[in-house]
Design a protein around this ligand. Structure first.
Ligand SMILES: OC[C@H]1O[C@H](O[C@H]2O[C@H](CO)[C@@H](O)[C@H](O)[C@H]2O)[C@H](O)[C@@H](O)[C@@H]1O
Length: 561
């Protein structure tokens, strides 16, 4: 494993630097996903010969020839037919609108398209690949994301469980458990160049989801099998990602995203070099790489949410300071993990451990309430520990505590939360909830609308059981489903993200083209179809069209280009 992290081919070193900077591929991920035709030793020695014979600067043509002689497009993943897939999963019958029902069947078909297993060759020659082998097949997001991803899989799992693919779901969970045991963490995705960063902690919630779809004895069995591994993943976050914040003479522990590994991201090498181009010192340059990788760990890569300039979220990617921001959503997830683990340990009669996790859950609940909730704003807000200021910006992640139950009813106000959302006109965007209200050109900002964030906000509001919040959630779900459906009918695809300013339009921006497939999009759509399928319609009615009429023009005035 150590050799992987130090791979002089896929993770760091002169060969990687030379190939990526030559730009023989437009997407840097192409090279680091290739298979080695020879052993690492042979390749590195041949590379040295090339460098010696060209005075250290081979031409693009020579690099291209070198790569085609030593590498080939990976055959590391094989399409797989999930045996538990069925043509008409019974749950889909609850969707009343025939167009939406038929679309849901298309989403179910997509699981077959996105199912993969690791090829036998990877098992025989693991050191020739960047792929991290796992024992069972899995579902990929789609497009350039050909391997498994950590937080995407939470929504993928929900989607396949709705479609009754319990065995596939179990196999996927077992894969993640295997990764925790092997690596001590779940990496961002299934490649060696991802192992030094994780993604939002969703392993424990995945097991929790699974237990809600299976029989009690199956639930008990998976909890028992993976309880130590769940403890281990939780400890990874406690031991490596916590920071203490002082407020009013009291100390509060929080988690933040923090992935301090050296150098640019191998899969986006030249983008990162460009971002750090004007760093005044080598130390400042390395710091930008840390912060970029920490941003990737958050899953929000990238967003003004992680920029700090003069105490604000302005600037550009070179102002990224992810490790100094306490994210509301991450801490709401940590609370949720602790709460679930408390319950799981109680079920297994491990009273001491149950107590430990209950205490942790309460600590996080206190911290999120005391430091991140603001009664005067009516919202939770991220916190900047560099300047000790709250970050007064709208992000859907601000309401994550509603989704995970990380709030004290008597300390917050749903009415104020609704007033905040209304004031920011969050329900007026015709293509879904925007990721932020700032146009930065980054993928996790306006006008992009990402599926997991729709799920978090809609389900969070729904779960409050507050009538107006539930109505608001229903309206947001309607907008999202109709936008997804429109795009599917027009383009024939499901995208990884959409455009909040126009229904049915795909998202854009950032370092790569929008991808199709798409795992979490299909998972969230199926979840919403399950919750609202009795009332949702595939196309807008006159009333919900007019209510959103002017959001776009208002938004354009606020953009900061
Ligand atoms: O190659 C650039 C980055 O791509 C990934 O991020 C995006 O796709 C992931 C898979 O759908 C998703 O989990 C993430 O939230 C997206 O922003 C990858 O995770 C990054 O590490 C990578 O640098």
């Amino acid at each position: 494993m150590l050799t992987w992290m130090q791979s002089q081919i896929y993770c760091q070193g002169s060969l990687l630097d030379t190939v990526q900077k030559s730009k023989i591929y437009s997407d840097d991920k192409t090279f680091v996903d290739m298979k080695q035709k020879k052993s690492s030793q042979e390749i590195l020695s041949d590379f040295q010969t090339l460098m010696d014979s060209t005075n250290g600067s081979p031409s693009q043509e020579q690099i291209r020839n070198f790569v085609s002689e030593h590498f080939e497009e990976g055959k590391e993943l094989v399409e797989w037919d999930p045996p538990d897939w069925q043509k008409s999963p019974p749950r889909l019958n609850s969707i009343r609108d025939p167009d939406l029902r038929s679309w849901a069947h298309y989403l179910n078909d997509m699981w077959k398209e996105l199912a993969r297993r690791v090829s036998d060759d990877v098992k025989e020659n693991p050191d020739r690949y960047s792929l991290i082998a796992v024992p069972n097949p899995f579902i990929i997001p789609g497009g350039r994301f050909r391997e498994y991803y950590y937080w995407d899989t939470y929504w993928i799992l929900e989607g396949i469980l709705i479609c009754d693919m319990k065995d596939t779901a179990r196999g996927i969970i077992d894969n993640f458990a295997h990764l925790v045991e092997e690596l001590g963490l779940i990496p961002n995705g299934g490649r060696v160049y991802y192992v030094e960063r994780s993604q939002p902690p969703m392993f424990v919630p995945m097991i929790h989801s699974y237990t809600t779809y299976v029989k009690p004895h199956e639930a008990h069995s998976i909890i028992k099998q993976h309880i130590d591994t769940m403890d281990k993943e939780f400890s990874f976050w406690m031991n490596n990602r916590t920071v203490v914040v002082e407020k009013n003479g009291k100390s509060y522990t929080f988690c933040r995203y923090y992935a301090p590994s050296s150098g640019p991201r191998p899969e986006s090498y030249t983008d990162d070099i460009e971002t750090a181009e004007y760093a005044p010192t080598e130390e400042a340059r390395e710091n930008i790489f840390y912060q970029i990788k920490s941003g990737a760990e958050s899953g929000w890569d990238f967003s003004g949410r992680w920029f700090i300039k003069d105490g604000k979220n302005t600037g550009n990617l070179s102002n990224i300071q992810t490790q100094y921001i306490i994210p509301v959503d991450l801490n709401a997830f940590v609370y949720w993990n602790a709460k679930i683990l408390c319950r799981f340990h109680s079920m297994l009669h491990n009273q001491k451990k149950a107590q430990y996790y209950c205490t942790k859950a309460n600590e996080w609940l206190d911290a999120v309430t005391e430091v991140l909730w603001h009664d005067d704003v009516g919202m939770w807000l991220d916190y900047d520990i560099l300047n000790n200021v709250r970050r007064e910006y709208f992000y859907p992640s601000n309401v994550a505590p509603l989704w995970t139950g990380c709030y004290k009813k008597e300390r917050i106000s749903i009415d104020k939360i609704l007033a905040y959302l209304k004031e920011n006109k969050i329900d007026r965007y015709p293509g879904g909830i925007p990721t932020s209200l700032d146009f930065t050109g980054e993928r996790w900002d306006y006008p992009n609308a990402w599926p997991p964030l729709q799920g978090i906000m809609i389900q969070g509001l729904q779960q409050t059981e507050h009538p107006r919040a539930m109505k608001y959630a229903h309206d947001l779900a309607t907008t999202w489903i109709q936008s997804n459906y429109k795009s599917y009918k027009t383009d024939g695809f499901m995208y990884e993200k959409y455009d909040a300013s126009a229904p049915g339009r795909k998202g854009g921006g950032g370092e790569y083209e929008v991808q199709t497939g798409f795992g979490w999009t299909n998972g969230v759509a199926l979840q919403l179809l399950m919750s609202y399928g009795e009332t949702l319609q595939a196309t807008p009615t006159a009333s919900n069209q007019t209510s959103r009429r002017s959001a776009k023009s208002r938004k354009q005035r606020r953009r900061r280009i």
